[in-house]
Design a binder for this molecule. Structure first.
Ligand code: GLU
Length: 564
């Protein structure tokens, strides 16, 4: 069971020491929402106990880990408001925090194992390894590397290097049962013979994940390793290494899996699948045009649609944007670009595999920190329920203070292509205010962008035109409204409201019959913020121009309808 925390400190082995957690991403791209959850739990644990959270960049895969990817992870964490106490950009006493800068440290510990005959050099070519693997397969045996009876010495290494063979170092994995004491799962036993001698140093001289992780967890004095359940299988190897190196074993916390609504893992592939489905539903889709939007050939698009090949995420996003298809968000940045608030994300993610213990689910960061307790991590899988996330976001849009919301809105507008970018702070605040109750910033943007478009750029929604303008004398009503607005002085919300209500009464119709034609005229559809505010913000001149444009555009069609 979990250790009990005594105020700010954790007790282990009779000693009292502060909690130290670490988030250790291998940066290959944007931060996945699963990674964000790991980071969040490390952060909550450190904050709750008054301990330290370290951000360690596990960039030992020279091919896959790029500085750009590291920066993306850092930016995503910062957007979520997860601030580390030690790590890149803040430093600290246990650096460097990039594993690629710690090679000399790993070398020292590898040498220690070599000297004690607890590790050894190997020189197998990929073909030789494949042949042994096939042999095991044929015998229906688990493939385990066969340790030579006599371990190679320096001369053998020189010879192998001269022959151009890859030189790696393997750890002598003990043939014994290993027990992992996991805070979520309790005792997990791994029988002897389950793991073979694994590589700790690659042929490029870089350590493998297992080795660098174990050395750093020790040197960085990590007390709690919090990570996803997929790493549980790695932990016996880590425990064996710790034993061989004379290190202590930290507390292990393997968090349960989060599954998507479709039942599988939350993976980027869902975005591709959603796009394929959407394109297939378009009658007579112009595939050539779609391919050109993505900068690919029609053949490449066809292969993608038939499941023969994948296309890059950027291309998927570009095509989806063009078609107006909403893709499921997977990476943290996707949620940002869909107009979610970091406060809502943090709240929602915290409840994936952890329960707050109380009835209350909508929680601020401070409340989460206060309530956090490893004992309430759940063993069962959690569902990534997007409706729930949307509901959380709606609540947090109301909860955050106005200045914070303005800051989020500005950041959001800065990355999307929006005419609202032109607005000043006062205007943005007003827009947020008249959109109170909106579910996301994206919805605020969609509903308000018409205010900033050029008057001749309004796109009319066909259904709205038919239903509101070309039926029940909608256009005639619009003409009356135009004349009354023209006769008014400045268009305050109150003046517009009084005029529209008066007109509705006079004509013995509901307010909608008056307001909707006006709405369609100014924004092209039936969805906008409150009409009185919308007119006031748009101003008299623009309103009249848009009404005139509308009257002119649909006059002929209206006359034809009247003849029928
Ligand atoms: N670099 C590993 C990953 O990104 C870290 C795993 C761990 O927390 O030990 O999955």
């Amino acid at each position: 069971m979990a250790e009990k925390f005594n105020g700010e400190l954790a007790r282990r082995g009779g000693l009292v020491e502060p909690v130290v957690t670490r988030f250790a991403p291998s940066p290959t791209g944007y931060l996945h929402v699963g990674g964000a959850r790991t980071a969040l739990f490390c952060w909550l644990m450190a904050k709750h106990t008054g301990g330290t959270m370290i951000l360690r960049i596990e960039d030992t895969d020279q091919k896959r880990n790029t500085p750009a990817a590291t920066q993306q992870v850092i930016d995503d964490l910062r957007w979520l408001g997860i601030e580390w106490d030690e790590g890149p950009e803040v430093d600290g006493p246990n650096g460097p925090y990039f594993q690629s800068q710690r090679l000399d440290i790993y070398q020292k510990y590898t040498q220690k194992l070599l000297d004690a005959d607890l590790a050894y050099y190997c020189f197998d070519t990929p073909e030789e390894l494949e042949a042994t693997r096939k042999e095991s397969q044929a015998k229906k045996e688990n493939f385990l590397y066969r340790r030579p009876e006599k371990l190679p010495d320096e001369k053998d290494v020189e010879k192998a290097r001269a022959e151009g063979r890859p030189v790696v170092i393997r750890f002598c994995m003990p043939n014994e049962e290993i027990i992992v004491n996991d805070i979520v799962r309790g005792e997990v036993k791994f029988p002897a013979g389950e793991f073979g001698d694994f590589i700790i140093c690659k042929s490029d001289g870089y350590p493998t994940y297992h080795f660098a992780c174990v050395v750093d967890d020790m040197l960085m004095k990590i007390t709690h390793v919090i990570r996803g359940q997929e790493h549980l299988m790695n932990t016996p190897c880590h425990i064996a290494l710790q034993k061989a190196l004379g290190f202590r074993t930290p507390n292990y916390v393997h968090m349960s899996v989060t599954i998507s609504e479709g039942g599988g893992k939350l993976s980027k592939r869902e975005r591709g699948k959603t796009l394929v489905k959407a394109i297939k539903q378009i009658p007579n889709a112009d595939l050539e045009k779609i391919a050109s939007v993505g900068g690919i050939t029609s053949d490449e698009l066809n292969d993608f649609l038939n499941g023969k090949s994948q296309i890059e995420q950027e291309i998927i996003s570009a095509i989806a944007d063009y078609l107006g298809v909403h893709l499921p968000e997977i990476n943290v940045v996707d949620f940002f670009e869909s107009g979610y608030l970091p406060e809502a994300m943090v709240n929602f993610i915290a409840l994936l595999g952890w329960s707050s213990g109380g009835k209350k689910e909508i929680m601020t960061k401070d409340e989460l920190i206060e309530a956090f307790d490893l004992a309430r991590l759940t063993k069962t899988n959690s569902l990534f329920d997007r409706d729930k996330l949307l509901a959380f976001n709606t609540e947090h849009m109301k909860l955050v203070d106005k200045e914070t919301l303005l800051g989020h809105f500005k950041k959001y507008l800065a990355v999307i292509d929006s005419p609202i970018q032109k607005a000043d702070d006062d205007m943005l605040k007003r827009i947020l205010q008249i959109n109170e109750g909106a579910k996301t910033l994206e919805m605020v943007e969609h509903k308000s962008r018409f205010l900033f478009l050029d008057n001749d750029k309004i796109e009319y929604d066909e259904k709205a035109v038919q239903k509101v303008l070309l039926k029940d004398n909608g256009l005639a009503m619009l003409q009356i409204i135009r004349d009354r607005l023209d006769a008014m002085g400045e268009l305050s919300e109150k003046a517009v409201e009084d005029m529209l209500r008066g007109l509705a009464e006079e004509k013995q119709v509901g307010l909608g019959k008056v307001a909707q034609p006006l709405r369609v005229a100014i924004c092209g559809n039936t969805i906008s913020p409150p009409i009185f505010d919308s007119i006031q913000l748009l101003g008299k001149e623009n309103t009249l121009i848009r009404i005139d444009n509308t009257l002119q555009k649909f006059a002929a069609e209206n006359a034809k309808n009247a003849e029928k």
